[in-house]
Design a protein around this ligand. Structure first.
Ligand code: NAI
Ligand code: MG
Length: 794
């Protein structure tokens, strides 16, 4: 007689299809096609062009959907602009009521939405039912709460305006929720473009908006392809853009919006490591891998697609994994026992197929289980590639399919180096029973989300988003709300005009002089040392009255590169305790204070400021330095309330190397206001002082020198701010850039930043003496949040 275990192992499940009659009936009522949802109404589906939407599992037509033109986008933005006037004026409580109603309505229709999503995208019903749709409802509930709390929790902030949102096809309704919920909670209105492959749940959502009586124009949905998205990006009536999708398109959007002042958040691709140490619970790690790379057919931006396994257990892990792969079920997405459904489109299937072939050609060993794969539809077998070199295509490129590539490492250091050896930085998963090792590795990984002994956990209360070329900005939780808010009343600040015309370059008439033997030039400050500019030239600094008051080094590209290189060697600054940094900044403040008179005299000579004005600027600079010294150990992270039996740590990490371009109008205070928060949070800074009045900053390096600031932590490069800013924006090792010099063309730096997709803050001209030139906003902008999920329990 067969043993019961054998029976269980060989057991063939019968099909368990989820009924889809209600969805089929709904599609039937929309047989004429779907129009756009603009200003609370659906447009005529017969008007304009349209495209087909199909079910990837069987290739059958589901619906015809309008293909949005630039005019459609324009009408949607106009509707959103009109709606913003009243929507933004509602109390948080009133907006919360709408969001609660949406959340409840999603729950009421959860089965319908799950089936529709599965039919449109090809993902298994088990996932849409248990993961996508519940998370959608959770997101609206969570943000209903934020709407309620907005006035008390975000004092001084206001909504941005009309938000353009562009989402991908891998989690269609969930990505909609991630974008719409915080936008509405914060008082914005929205024009959203769903992915062309999967627009249907967004249209069903539009019906929900109508049912709950959401005011017309608050949400507008325009369907279409990339050009429809591009029209939304280009529209002048849009104040904020939120995009999730490929890094290539993210880069296009960064370039297209350069200099527009539009707020931007980008959630892009990844090649996230899944690191297994030899002390890990291997069976759990195998199950983790199933969730990491075969969840959603591997079409997940944070998929654990790079398995890094410690050498000693590699073969054992591969063997268990291959055995587990033999039990995965690939098939009808509507079947409740399906593990892996259909890939979203034939294009995506071709892309996956060709990358796997490329991996084979490059020498990888390709394993696919001998399980049944449907003969029609866009199905791809779960795949494991071993013997992969770190530099091979499949180890570097995002495959976005059910394909795992595996490599081995020997030591934790090597694991970290391999894990970080990528342009991306979205997520990582660390498996070890040694919590100390896990957290150590987590702290060293350059990624926005880290799961310890777990993977692909999401919750509305925790921020999600990337480091490096995985984009910037966060979705979810408190940090995500900031993406939909701006500080202040939005009125331009007038105070700076008093200084006269502002220049980003040494004035055209500035005398350029070769540096000679008897050199009175204020040097650059690079790597803790005074340095002659590479150009060998200095320029005359003239006072506002036209008198020459000194010479400053004419820094160039090479000097910036040297400064960045020196900063690269000063990594210890970010790893030092905040207490340590605080002490050094206190010391700096004291030293600045004791030399107040010199700085006052310098300011007066350069800017023609009165004695009182100069004294006020220096005093404010001293106070501000103390302020950030005080804050160095208080820019705390958070422990988010996410799932049960978890601590989800949100840690504020420094970017690493930051470029800071300072204003002309407050030559000392502006410099201090920007450099100090960046240093306090653990960044190393390459600062470009005012071009016109650089001497207060060059005097400053004597203070840096005597205050125990480690070499390379702060470099100061004088010269043409516009040219130096561009070099900083271009530089791949510079991870974030602040530009507060109104003479530097924001478009130029924005554009140049698209190389490594560094966040750029073109901060304008705050009132440097006032409250908006100091505070948490600066600390927040100097850090990126890393969320570390630590589950506990046996
Ligand atoms: P995509 O980035 O082209 O599409 C995402 C969204 O952007 C869609 O709504 C699309 O219509 C829109 N779009 C395309 N071009 C645009 C433009 N110039 N301006 C504004 N919007 C534009 O991604 P695609 O082509 O669907 O997939 C290609 C690869 O991208 C995938 O294989 C995967 O590697 C990656 N990807 C990453 C995602 C993520 O969640 N991070 C999601 C989807 C794709
Ligand atoms: Mg589809």
């Amino acid at each position: 007689m067969a043993h019961i275990k054998d029976v269980l192992n060989s057991m063939d499940y019968g099909p368990a299809p989820e009924g889809n009659e209600h969805v089929v009936a709904w599609l039937e009522t929309h047989k004429a096609g779907f129009g756009h949802f603009i200003d609370g109404k659906f447009t005529d589906p017969g008007a304009g062009k349209s495209f087909k939407v199909t079910n990837p599992a069987d290739g059958k037509l589901l619906a015809r959907v309008a293909d949005g033109s630039a005019e459609d986008i324009d009408r949607a933005v106009s509707a959103a602009t009109r709606a913003f006037k009243s929507w933004s004026k509602l109390s948080g409580h009133q907006r919360a009521r709408y969001l609660y109603a949406i959340a409840r309505n999603v729950q009421k229709r959860d089965r319908f939405l799950a089936v529709l999503e599965t039919m449109d995208n090809g993902k298994p019903i088990r996932e849409t039912r248990d993961i996508d749709i519940p998370l959608v409802a959770r997101h609206f509930y969570h943000h209903a709460g934020w709407a309620e709390l907005l006035e008390s929790e975000f004092p001084g902030y206001r909504p941005v305006g009309v938000c353009g949102q562009i989402i991908p096809w891998n989690f269609p309704l969930l990505m909609l929720a991630w974008k719409i919920a915080p936008a509405l909670a914060a008082g914005n209105t929205v024009v959203l473009k769903p992915a062309e492959q999967t627009p249907l749940t967004a249209l069903a959502f539009a019906e929900i908006c109508r049912e709950v009586g959401l005011p017309a124009g608050v949400i507008n949905i325009v369907t279409g392809e990339g050009d429809t998205g591009a029209a939304l990006v280009a529209h002048e009536g849009v104040q904020k853009l939120a995009f999730t999708g490929s890094t290539d398109v993210g880069r296009i959007i960064r370039t297209a919006t350069a200099g527009s002042g539009k707020k931007l958040s980008l959630e892009l691709g990844g090649k996230s490591p899944f690191i297994v140490f030899d002390d890990a619970d291997i069976d759990s790690a195998v199950e983790g891998l199933v969730d990491a790379i075969w969840f959603n057919q591997g079409e997940v931006c944070c998929a654990g697609s790079r398995l890094l396994v410690q050498e000693g257990i590699a073969e054992k892990l591969y063997a268990k994994l291959r055995a587990r792969m033999e039990t995965l079920r690939v098939g009808s997405p509507l079947d409740k026992s399906t593990d892996i459904g259909a890939v979203v489109s034939t294009e995506q299937l071709e892309r996956i197929t060709s990358l796997v072939e490329k991996g084979r050609a490059e020498g990888a060993e390709v394993f696919q289980p001998s399980i049944a794969i449907p003969g029609t539809g866009t199905f791809f077998a779960p795949t494991l590639m071993t013997g992969v070199e770190p530099a091979s295509t499949v180890a570097v490129v995002e495959i976005f399919g059910p394909v795992l590539v595996a490599m081995t490492f020997r030591t934790p250091d090597e694991a970290v180096a391999l894990a970080n050896n990528t342009r991306f930085g979205l997520a990582a998963s660390v498996w070890s029973e040694n919590i100390s090792r896990s957290l150590d590795v987590a702290s060293r990984l350059k990624a926005g989300v880290i799961w310890i002994n777990a993977t692909n956990l999401f919750d509305a209360a925790a921020g999600f988003g990337g480091y490096r070329e995985s984009g910037f900005g966060r979705e979810g939780g408190r940090e995500g709300l900031f993406e939909y808010l701006v500080l202040g009343d939005g009125k331009p600040k007038g105070k700076t005009a008093a200084m006269g015309a502002l220049v980003a370059a040494p004035s055209a008439t500035a005398e350029i002089v070769a540096i000679d033997e008897v050199d009175r030039t204020a040097k650059l400050f690079i790597g803790g040392k005074q340095a002659r500019p590479d150009s060998g030239y200095s320029y005359a600094v003239t006072s506002s009255a036209g008198k020459q008051v000194g010479l400053a080094g004419l820094g160039n590209r090479k000097d910036i590169r040297n400064a960045v290189e020196a900063a690269g060697k000063a990594e210890g600054w970010g790893a030092a305790t905040a207490h340590n940094r605080a002490q050094i900044l206190y010391y700096l403040a004291e030293n600045l204070s004791s030399r107040s008179e010199e700085f006052e005299a310098r300011l007066r000579a350069m800017t023609g400021a009165s004695k009182r004005q100069a004294a006020e600027e220096v005093a404010a600079a001293v106070r501000r330095t103390f302020f950030y010294a005080g804050f160095a150990d208080k820019h705390d992270g958070a422990v988010h309330s996410t799932k049960s039996r978890h601590v989800t740590l949100a840690m504020n990490e420094p970017f690493g190397i930051m470029g800071v371009v300072c204003p002309d109008e407050a030559p000392l205070l502006g410099f201090v206001s920007l450099v100090m928060p960046a240093l306090a949070t653990g960044n190393r800074v390459v600062a470009v002082p005012s071009s016109r009045y650089p001497l207060a900053a060059t005097d400053f390096y004597q203070i840096v020198d005597t205050s125990d600031v480690p070499d390379g932590v702060l470099s100061i490069v004088t010269g043409n701010a516009a040219e130096l800013a561009k070099t900083l924006a271009d530089h791949d090792e510079v991870a974030a850039l602040w530009n507060f010099n109104s003479g530097v063309d924001a478009a130029l730096v924005d554009k140049a930043s698209s190389g490594n997709l560094k966040p750029v803050w073109n901060g304008g001209s705050p009132d440097w003496q006032g409250g908006d030139a100091q505070g948490r906003e600066y600390l927040r902008r100097a850090t990126q949040v890393k969320n570390i999920w630590v589950p506990y329990g046996e």
